[in-house]
Design a protein around this ligand. Structure first.
Ligand SMILES: C[S@@+](CC[C@H](N)C(=O)[O-])C[C@H]1O[C@@H](n2cnc3c(N)ncnc32)[C@H](O)[C@@H]1O
Length: 296
């Protein structure tokens, strides 16, 4: 066997595996793969500039070989490298948390606009319910100049642990004026109001009815706790959540909740029936219903 550089091995690998790679990673380009290998190398202290010129021998325990093996199994790239980009930062992710999605950045953007408009010189108390890796809360803590009192919650102990780790890793970029706490809670049961902003990207896929639309890679690798709710108790789950948002939102407060494109209209009607005066369905950049804006 002739010895190849990693660059030429990668090109051959991509061509040979292209069909199966694209079924697991729609739109995956050779360039993106290269970037992820560079990230992996960088995180492991290897000089990533020259990496692709080095000869590569695919022996079994070589970190790059493990990378290729995991790719063939369809493991999401973010779980392979252990990191995901969100908003303007890099967050650690593990299979205990959802890989943050780009549409959730819109929620951060909307929350940021609200803070800048109404809390420029005032303290703003914020809750992030179901924080996962902490992307929503930590992005706001890093970006916002207003003084935030941020309550970060999840029902999952492992997710909270990872959110704390990301907080620790990104703390250098978070101003000391903010206050941060981490609470394990089912929705808002163990969280005390009032809040000026209640943000959440909760699980919102119906376990049976919506399953056919969920990509196999998501089903196989991402935590079901972060994704699914039982069909039978779906409405009741959100009724309890919306009721506690209503109770714990300050009179001028705002809540932004991400949801499923097919269920947001019906959830909007439920939120109205529970007493919210302003209920707006907001679309994402693909023109799909994606968020609920709730005000008392
Ligand atoms: C869709 S993920 C969102 C994670 C993260 N906020 C993001 O946007 O990437 C939903 C999160 O809610 C958490 N979760 C599930 N059920 C919950 C509940 N009853 N109460 C609070 N959090 C819950 C999951 O553990 C998961 O971290």
């Amino acid at each position: 066997m002739s010895i190849q550089s990693l660059d030429s091995y990668l090109k051959d690998f991509y061509q040979t595996e292209k069909k199966s790679l694209l079924s697991n990673y729609p739109g995956l380009t050779l360039h993106r793969l290269k970037q992820d290998i560079k990230l992996q190398a960088f995180l492991n202290g290897v000089d990533s500039e020259e990496l692709f010129d080095f000869p590569y021998l695919p022996y079994r325990s070589h970190p790059i070989t493990i990378f290729f093996e995991k790719l063939k199994l369809g493991t999401p790239l973010e779980y392979i490298t252990g990191y995901a980009y969100f908003y303007r930062s890099l967050f650690k992710v593990t299979s205990d948390v959802l890989i943050p999605r780009s549409e959730t950045e819109i929620l951060v953007e909307l929350a940021g606009q609200e803070i800048q408009k109404n809390y420029r010189n005032k303290k703003c108390r914020v809750a992030d319910i179901g924080t996962g890796s902490g992307v929503i809360a930590l992005s706001l803590l890093m970006e916002q100049a207003a003084q935030l009192d941020m309550v970060i919650t999840d029902i999952s102990e492992e997710a909270l642990k990872l959110a704390r780790e990301n907080y620790f890793n990104l703390k250098y970029a978070i101003s000391d004026i903010h206050k941060t706490s981490f609470i394990k809670s089912d929705r808002m049961r163990d969280v005390e109001g009032p809040f000026d902003l209640i943000l959440s990207n909760p699980p919102y896929i119906k376990r049976s009815a919506d399953k056919k639309d969920v990509h196999n890679q998501v089903l196989d690798f991402e935590p079901h706790l972060a994704l699914f709710l039982d069909d039978d108790s779906y409405d009741a789950w959100f009724d309890e959540f919306f009721t506690s948002i209503y109770e714990k939102l300050s009179p001028q407060g705002l809540s932004l909740v991400e949801g499923h494109e097919h269920h947001l209209e019906s959830l909007a009607a439920r939120a109205k029936a529970l007493g919210f005066k302003e209920v707006v369905v907001i679309k994402d950049y693909t023109n799909r219903n994606r968020f609920l804006k709730l005000k008392k």
